[in-house]
Unconditional design. Structure first.
Length: 636
């Protein structure tokens, strides 16, 4: 595959203005949902550590300056300008970048990057639990300002909204997504408009564009300023979605939406919040909602809740996409994956992931009970994931763009330095609730590490006792009076190692003493690219009169539909009749072994994961009435 193919955008060729605008509007709802709800709580939380004795004018201006430069450096410079160009065949995100980089570096370096990438993916999944809880809670809390008596109902209302949100995931987001873009466009216009309206409360807030005031705030505030950076970072949460959704919308629409609407609206809103607090010190408690006149505050709360739901939906679908990538790249066991759209392959539903997220989000809402408390726990997962992305980006630039070390460091080192400071600031919240995302991410890291390690050990064990396929076929093809009986039809044996004789083939011969007139040893491989063209799907090699090797290739973003792939290959010349074809699978019952190389607890965890994995016949979309399973006991 050429470098050009590797770096291609998700939407190639000339794009009409109509399509560009349509995709840009769509990206506003899907890509920017999370970052669009940050004004609800980010500035409010940044004010808390410095507002005990009132807030000075320069402190407000310094805070707004930090918000502006955080959005400029991290989102605009890192993600919009640079990272959108670092794609894997049009796809973005931590795992997409990891799969691209690891195949182009040394094995030792790839191992280190693999660990770093797994940490980043796990942190993203932790973020996927916190974001719905925080965004919905912060939105519904606006009811307290409309009707103080409703404060006790904030948590129950939030729980009901989130339960409904997760319950409808199985129906797909296609119909609802059509409204996401226009609704979020209205939301961003509201953000920008109310910001412009209040900027004139104190026009001196425009001095925030000067980075001097941000630096002054940090020096003047000392350690408190360092802590405040953790809250400032809340303004850029959601930037990872911008990169992860690259394949759905393409580089140009995402950039157009950012520069044409999102960035100006966010900056204007933060400037407006700062000016409002300068002109109305009583607004320190909740500057966002208090900016709005009391007569329209209820509609704004409703609109904010809808925006929060959209932001939650965006991160949930992002978790589905990441989990599918992790499964295909061998980081997680097989899970049921349902497509909820006939036209959009990106719209998927994973029941297991949905259930895990639901219980996680419910636990967070009931544990923290307010966005103020939950905001303390937020940030570590996102900053950690961003630092991981920056490390992977450094390797990408060196390998694929061929930049020198000096040039690369000039771009990447400042980003890494800024993000490391934000990460350090968020780590100060560790004992105040910041341990929650770390704990969640740690669980996912252990699961991914155990699955990867266990599958490798299992593969090595089976390799030790394997019978080379070539020699087995050669001995089988020798005519003998005591040989197996040849029966008509086709037998397809699934295996992960095309050089070894499939266990199902050996068991079939042992128990049934028959051989089919046509035998296909099938290997399914996941390529380090999002999609594989249909014409490159299969590769056939005949090794004898009765045996063929078939390799099916899928991208890590594709559903591994074997039946569909075989139908295409049949049109291309592979001769078999599906009605006289049987698929043979080897089912292994795993037994823990103290000498496997893993601790007992990890053995048992791996076996539990393997047991919970989706049946291969369902996962690979095999014809249900044509599958034969033959079992065996394997120690691991």
């Amino acid at each position: 595959m050429s470098d050009k193919a590797l770096h291609a955008s998700g939407h190639q060729g000339p794009m009409s203005k109509k399509k560009l605008v349509a995709l840009s509007i769509g990206s506003v709802g899907v890509v920017y949902g999370d970052i669009g709800t940050s004004p609800l709580y980010a500035f409010r939380e940044a004010l808390r550590p410095v507002s005990h004795d009132g807030v000075q004018e320069l402190e407000i201006i310094g805070l707004i300056s930090l918000f502006f430069w955080a959005l400029t450096i991290i989102v605009t410079l890192k993600y919009v300008i640079f990272l959108l160009r670092a794609d894997n065949d049009g796809e973005g995100g931590t795992l997409a970048l990891l799969s691209l980089v690891t195949k182009a570096v040394s094995e030792r370096r790839a191992g280190i990057l693999f660990i770093i990438g797994v940490v980043g993916a796990s942190l993203f999944l932790g973020d996927a639990m916190i974001t719905p809880a925080l965004t919905v809670l912060s939105s519904v809390e606006g009811l307290k300002l409309v009707a103080p008596g409703l404060q006790q109902y904030v948590v129950p209302i939030s729980v009901v909204i989130l339960v409904i949100l997760f319950a409808v995931q199985s129906r797909g987001t296609g119909a609802v997504s059509a409204f996401f873009g226009p609704i979020m466009m209205i939301w961003f216009l509201i953000l920008g408009s109310i910001g412009v309206y209040h900027i004139f409360d104190d026009i001196s807030v425009l001095r925030a564009f000067n980075p001097y005031y941000g630096v002054w705030f940090l020096i003047h505030s000392g350690f408190v300023g360092f802590i405040v950076l953790g809250s400032v970072f809340l303004a850029v949460t959601g930037a990872e979605a911008l990169y992860a959704d690259l394949g759905h919308f393409g580089r140009s629409p995402i950039r157009l939406a950012w520069f044409g609407l999102i960035f100006p609206a966010l900056i204007l809103n933060y400037l407006g919040q700062g000016a409002f607090v300068l002109g109305n010190p009583a607004g320190l408690s909740d500057p966002f909602f208090l900016m709005f006149p009391e007569t329209i505050r209820l509609p704004v709360v409703i609109m904010a809740t809808i925006a929060g739901i959209i932001a939650s939906q965006s991160v949930i679908t992002g978790a589905f996409s990441l989990a599918r990538q992790a499964i295909h790249l061998g980081f997680l066991p097989r899970m049921e994956i349902y497509h909820t759209s006939e036209t959009n392959t990106g719209q998927i539903y994973l029941p297991a992931v949905n259930t895990i997220l639901l219980f996680g989000v419910m636990a967070l809402v009931l544990m923290f009970r307010s966005s103020e408390a939950l905001a303390v726990a937020y940030g570590i997962a996102v900053t950690g994931d961003m630092v991981v992305t920056t490390i992977l980006f450094y390797n990408f630039v060196r390998v694929f763009w061929k930049w020198s070390v000096v040039r690369t460091l000039m771009v990447v080192a400042p980003l890494f330095f800024v993000e490391s400071i934000f990460l350090g600031s968020n780590l100060t919240k560790l004992h105040h609730g910041g341990y929650v995302p770390v704990l969640i991410a740690s669980c996912f890291i252990v699961i991914m590490w155990t699955w990867r390690r266990g599958t490798r050990i299992l593969f090595e064990k089976t390799r030790r006792t394997h019978i080379p396929l070539a020699s087995f076929v050669k001995s089988l093809e020798k005519k003998s009076d005591h040989g197996p009986i040849e029966v008509p039809g086709t037998a397809i044996f699934l295996t992960s190692d095309p050089t070894s004789t499939p266990a199902a083939l050996l068991h079939n011969l042992k128990h049934n003493h028959v051989i089919h007139s046509q035998n296909i040893v099938l290997t399914i491989k996941t390529q380090n690219r999002p999609r594989v063209p249909v014409e490159e799907r299969g590769r056939i090699e005949r090794i004898s009169e009765h045996f063929q090797l078939l390799e099916l290739n899928f991208g890590f973003q594709e559903t591994q539909n074997v039946s569909q792939a075989l139908a295409h290959l049949r049109k291309a010349g592979l001769k078999f009749d599906i009605m006289s074809t049987s698929f043979y699978l080897g089912r292994r019952k795993l037994i823990p072994d103290a000498n496997s190389g893993m601790p007992v607890w990890q053995d048992r965890l791996f076996i539990a994961l393997a047991t919970a994995a989706t049946d291969p016949s369902d996962y690979f979309r095999l014809p249900a009435n044509r599958v034969v399973e033959l079992g065996a006991h394997v120690t691991v």
